[in-house]
Design a protein around this ligand. Structure first.
Ligand code: HEM
Length: 380
């Protein structure tokens, strides 16, 4: 692997400054020692993968995503290591910047943008920017970025408070670029013990994806090369929705846009909500039950020829009603090929306008011994 001089410029002298505070990793979220688990069984902040991707399985109702740029003079390794320490302190409930709030099911997920990945090694997954797509009206400030701080919690105050603590720790090494908060409705039961929330169009969103451990190993987590193993690639797209025009459609036409029934999430080809659509099923007069331009067909992994993406999108109300589309996948092409296929004819796209867009490498999991980002920027 190429570990050229460009990376070294980011390995500053601050490597020593990162051990204090890590002892909080020995404690549970409630701040009590292990053996006294918190009643709501929070997702672990540490381990092979970061929290906030596959765990908790049902994403928390409140999200704040903050995207920032990293100053050219800042040493990336120490910055990431310090953010990791702060995450451990926040999720353990021992950081005074929580202002007395209980961390509960708080998760913080850190990603680095393509420019920063390329500083480590331009051949790594995550080093490529998203290409432009149609129906985008993205201001420069809301395209891309070097650092993603994704904070999720059941407590609606926690994302802002935790993000403020992390930005405080980063100090003037980062400059905020854009931020987006979002909310998820409570989940609709899909069977097989799974749930997914409705979006602002009234449809159950997040049904199909890599939900089993085997699917997650295959399509969600990066397994190689070693610096990124345990990480994944995230895509964030804020998409405004034309709610008025969509609401003007008959329920049959709304169902046809998605290829699923709005009330239950069941595919128009039948079966259960949790099952994927039967794309070959036809009416007696030979028409597809899931129309040719239905979103569930155009975005279907077998039609596009890609792996599954884990969609954990949030509804947004500011700056306009819509969806903060969030997908996790181990190959950026899973997203780009799907959207390219949708652009040719997807009945949903004419109701959307994309106004923010970015991709990040979600760093591998971390703990007291393996600091956040240390596999890409050793010596942090
Ligand atoms: C505002 C925009 C969007 C909305 C409201 C939306 C909503 C939905 C809904 C309701 C479903 C059906 C249920 C489910 O499987 O979750 C679905 C499926 C899906 N969507 Fe979207 N989506 C949007 C944009 C996108 C984009 C940009 C992509 C990726 C490029 C995408 C990829 C997928 C995939 C892969 C499926 C599963 C298809 C299948 O296998 O059945 N969606 N989406």
């Amino acid at each position: 692997m190429n570990r050229g001089p460009s990376r070294r410029t980011f390995l500053g002298a601050a490597g020593a400054a990162v051990t204090a505070g890590l002892a909080v990793g020995c404690e549970s979220r409630s701040g009590k020692p292990h053996g006294a688990p918190a009643p709501d069984a929070p997702p672990p902040a540490t381990g092979g993968h970061q929290a906030g991707v596959a765990e908790p399985r049902d994403a928390q109702p409140n999200l704040l995503a903050v995207v920032a740029d990293i100053d050219d003079t800042a040493a990336v390794g120490p910055l990431l290591a310090e953010l990791g320490q702060t995450i451990l302190a926040l999720t353990a409930g021992v950081d005074p910047r929580l202002l007395g709030l209980a961390p509960g099911d708080l998760t913080v997920t850190i990603g680095i943008g393509p420019r920063i990945v390329r500083l480590s090694d331009p051949s790594l997954p995550g080093a490529a920017d998203l290409p432009p797509f149609s129906r985008e009206e993205v201001a420069d400030r809301e395209r891309g970025g070097d650092l993603l701080v994704q904070v999720c919690a059941s407590d609606p105050l926690l994302p802002s408070v935790a993000a403020a603590a992390l930005l405080d720790r980063a100090g003037d090494r980062v400059r905020e670029r854009w931020r987006q908060s979002g909310r998820r409705a409570s989940g609709v039961a899909l069977g097989e013990g799974r749930t997914a929330p409705r979006n602002l169009l009234g449809f159950v969103d997040g049904i199909v994806g890599p939900h089993t451990p085997a699917e997650q190993e295959r399509d969600l987590w990066l397994s190689a090369p070693p610096p990124v193993a345990g990480g994944t690639i995230v895509v964030l797209r804020r998409m405004e929705l034309d709610l008025r025009r969509f609401a003007g459609l008959s329920i049959q036409d709304q169902n046809a846009v998605f290829g699923r029934h709005r009330d239950t999430g069941v595919p128009l080809s039948g079966g259960s909500a949790a099952a994927g659509p039967n794309l070959g099923a036809k009416t007696p007069d030979g028409r597809y039950l899931v129309p040719a331009d239905a979103h569930a067909r155009r975005a279907h992994s077998s039609v596009v020829g890609v792996g599954l993406m884990l969609r954990r999108s949030y509804s947004v109300d500011e700056p306009a009603p819509g969806l903060l589309f969030i997908s996790f996948q181990n190959d950026l092409r899973t997203f780009t090929a799907t959207l390219t296929h949708m652009e040719h004819s997807d009945a949903l796209l004419p109701f959307t306008r994309t106004t923010a867009s970015a991709t990040f490498l979600v760093l591998p999991g971390f703990d007291r011994r393996r600091q956040l980002g240390s596999t890409l920027f050793p010596g942090g």
